[in-house]
Write a protein that binds this ligand. Structure first.
Ligand code: FAD
Length: 269
């Protein structure tokens, strides 16, 4: 078991207060309306929560960032799963950059995320490809030193609110590669925004890529590294998703035991 550091304890104390004052009171309404709440996003940027996984120079958490991410997600999801999912997908969407970007890409994109407060989205799933990542059909065809992306991505969390996408595409018959792509680029349209049963305050949409031209400088890692990066990203994010489920279960248990108005901020003392 990993010990919670003094810095993490301070973060969690502050977070419990913020969750109680700012997140919990609006969680029910967020769920009913199914609207994306930019105020919560701003609040999380202010608290440094959407930067946790970035390198320290860009506002990231210096020690055990994955552990800090999980603790924060658990705490938030006790009150609002949609808000906690913001942290999960910011980490998942940034991971291809964090793990595979070259120095030039880091200097270009990390300030945009950290200081520019741009949300990330992770465009992997497609109508015929979920668990089986290799089954994607989205292609990235080389043309005059650039790549031309075509495909249809589904279930993209932050799909219509993120500034930057990490996109997985086929660069060969059995070869996958990741690209960093700007949402406002020509050829990108937002399809259906999902009206979900849960996580209703989280934005989940289709993203359609039609002849989206990106430079070779948008390729993350080497051509063909995509599958390895995607699997490493899942390894990073599985504990975060588990923390999300744990927090939801803890919140639900507390709600069942003492009801909404008297819900304490943690049942794990
Ligand atoms: C709220 C929400 C947000 C999401 N956000 C994103 C996102 O930001 N980016 C993104 O790319 N995707 C996202 N997804 C998609 C998600 O990653 C996929 O739903 C997930 O990968 C499962 O894929 P699938 O739905 O196609 O199910 P399938 O892959 O078809 O799986 C269906 C069932 O079959 C089981 N199964 C699959 N393969 C096997 C096997 N070989 N052996 C035994 N059992 C198997 C699975 O465990 C599951 O129970 C999101 C989904 C939801 C619901």
């Amino acid at each position: 078991m990993i010990e919670t550091s003094d810095e993490q304890k301070i973060l969690l104390t502050n977070l419990r207060r913020v969750v109680k004052d700012k997140i919990e009171p609006i969680a029910g309404e967020t769920d009913i309306k199914g609207t994306f709440n930019w105020d919560v996003v701003s609040l999380f940027w202010d608290l440094g929560l959407l930067q946790i996984m970035l390198p320290e120079a860009y506002g990231g958490w210096p020690h055990n960032p994955c552990h800090t991410l999980c603790l924060s997600i658990e705490e938030i999801s006790k009150a609002c799963a949609s808000s906690a999912l913001l942290l999960v997908i910011q980490a998942v969407g940034s991971f291809p950059l964090i793990s595979a970007a070259n120095q030039q890409q880091k200097e270009k994109y990390f300030p945009r995320i950290s200081r520019g407060r741009e949300l990330m989205a992770y465009l992997v799933s497609e109508p015929g490809a979920g668990s089986d990542v290799q089954a994607i059909l989205c292609t990235a065809r080389r043309s005059n030193g650039s790549y031309v992306l075509n495909g249809r991505k589904v279930f993209a969390t932050n799909g219509s609110v993120a500034g930057l996408y990490s996109v997985l595409a086929k660069t060969g018959e059995k070869e996958l590669s990741f690209f960093v792509v700007e949402r406002n680029q020509d050829g990108i349209t937002i399809g259906k925004v999902e009206d979900k049963c849960g996580f209703r305050g989280s934005n989940t949409s289709e993203v359609i890529l039609e002849d989206v031209v990106v430079s070779q400088e948008n390729l993350l890692g080497k051509q063909g590294d995509g599958f390895t990066i995607a699997m490493a990203d899942f390894d990073m994010s599985r504990p975060a998703v588990a923390a999300l489920a744990l927090g939801i279960a803890e919140g639900a248990t507390q709600y069942a035991l003492v009801g909404h108005s008297r819900r304490s901020n943690t049942i794990r003392t």
